[in-house]
Design a protein around this ligand. Sequence first.
Ligand SMILES: Cc1ncc(COP(=O)(O)O)c(C=O)c1O
Length: 361
Amino acid sequence: MAKITPKPGIQDISLYVGGESQISGRKDVIKLSSNENPLGPSPKAIAAYQEAAKSLHLYPSSDHTSLRNAIAEIHGLDAANIVIGCGSDELISFLCRCFAGVGDEVLYTEHGFGMYKIAAQTVGATPVSAPEKNRVTDVDALLVACTERTKLVFIANPNNPTGTMTPVDEIIRLADNLPEQAMLVLDGAYAEYVEDFDGGASLVESRDNVVMTRTFSKIYGLGSLRIGWGYSNATIMDALFRMRGPFNVSTAALAAAEAAVRDRDYVDYCRGENAKWRAWLADELAAIEIPSDPSFANFILARFRSEEEVAKADAKLREHGVIARLVPKYNLPKAIRITVGDEVGCRRVVEALTEFRKEVG
Ligand SMILES: Cc1ncc(COP(=O)(O)O)c(C=O)c1O
């Protein structure tokens, strides 16, 4: 019998469970469980993807120059310090693989994105979670949780699944007070949903301990292509470039992402639609005693009175063909995260939860 076992710690990793997409027996399901853009990608991104079909036999670019230049041009950044990843998940993983290992600590917040813990565990580092204050990042709690072993501190801004934002001056205070061996990772997966927000780019440029990650999976509507990017200083980037596989993203993903990032009118349109329907959804739910914190992202975190209510509300949503996301693993057992859909999706959520409230009282 072979005695093959994974390295210590691998079997402690909980499998990441993605948002469900099907309800048996229903064809008109609306998936609001993965914070996808209900409007889909820019038509220009779709055209670029189709064009890429002509060169499927060729390896993709390994330096990603064209996309890096486009991102740099649009955001006013230095292309040399941009790295492209197979989703921002891959960049989170590269950061852990480059900068943390056994004996090191990776810090994040109580309701932080699930991949931070998983990525830390895959490299044998110790995941550490700091409390939040009313579902908002608490910089003091993070600073208290730092030790001489802390190597990475992950903050999503806006945060998933809370949708709340940490003010920029608080982020600066965090960056400036971290122990000298620790790096701040600002995860800007939802940054494009916030008007006039640079996701932390200026902080990257003014500090030497900050990294920003971004994705094409959310406002750009390219989740299936798996493409994201990161920005930091030359020293940190050098490590990520060495860690990155030469062909980690496909030609189709590179082409679609470049067309998407250049189509600013479409991004503005998506941001506007999201803001409009997010406000409508939050107001309608508040009126039936389902509160949520003001969200800066493309979802709201709807709060219920009990776990029993959550189960009933979720069942009612499913009865109406809506799949939302339960978040007990994020220490939020009395909440449901609901992606802001299009008008049809939002109206269906309100219809279902109005019925729920009438029945439950
Ligand atoms: C906060 C946050 N960061 C990162 C990601 C990963 O995105 P992707 O790997 O699709 O770029 C997500 C996806 O839901 C997220 O919510």
